[in-house]
Design a protein. Structure first.
Length: 215
């Protein structure tokens, strides 16, 4: 039994056993946001890969506690979800996180998945959104098309991290610039560039109108 970390979107598993996809999210305490984003993503995956049963886990213990306190809904951690999948007879499992970058959350997740390496015939992990160079190009093309008629600047706001993976945001900015998307700026909440750096660039370029986009 091995854990395999493959290229993005590798959902190929051999065998006729019980197959499952565990969608892993950082999580959010806002119910409406959850419905529009994480729940919607889960449903899209379930619709596309109908031969799999889709389950869900949150990595943020703080968010899990807040949701339970507010809504009395208990979200599972990855370990809890995988333990339940093993008990329910799953033999082939794919763990796919909705993380944007290869940060600390992803490293912790790999450790939790490794704990169950002997519980399934095969278990695989997908990669975060920004992993391969072509991922950045595809994302840039999506934003360029989505905001092609926008007036002013578009500021993408990522979470950010003190982990070295924060450099992914800088790479995305570089891709924007190379694809002549000069009105796109990438900032972060807890990393670099922070709000002050982004505002400084906006002022330097005499930007008067800004569209904020959660990223």
């Amino acid at each position: 039994m091995t854990i395999k970390s493959k290229s993005k979107n590798n959902f190929d598993l051999c065998g006729n056993g019980k197959k499952g996809i565990l969608m892993v999210h950082f999580g959010t305490v806002k119910m409406e946001t959850r419905k529009k984003t994480l729940d919607s993503l889960n449903m899209n995956i379930a619709a596309r890969f109908q031969e799999f049963q889709v389950r869900e886990a949150y990595t943020s213990r703080m968010i899990i506690k807040k949701i339970y306190k507010k809504e009395e809904i208990r979200k599972n951690t990855p370990k809890e979800a995988l333990r339940m999948m093993a008990q329910d007879g799953f033999t082939y499992v794919i763990v796919q996180a909705s993380h944007v970058i290869n940060g600390l959350e992803g490293e912790y997740l790999k450790g939790e998945v490794g704990y169950f390496k002997d519980e399934f015939q095969e278990i695989k992990m997908g990669e975060p959104l920004l992993t391969l160079p072509e991922d950045y190009i595809q994302i840039a093309d999506v934003f360029k098309k989505e905001f092609e008629n926008i007036e002013g600047a578009v500021v993408l706001v990522g979470h950010g991290t003190m982990h070295h993976s924060n450099s992914a945001y800088g790479m995305l900015q570089t891709v924007f610039n190379m694809r002549e998307m000069e009105n796109f700026y990438v900032g972060t909440i807890e990393g670099y560039p922070a709000l002050d750096e982004v505002i400084s660039q906006l002022k330097k370029n005499s930007v008067k109108k800004v569209t904020l986009v959660p990223f």
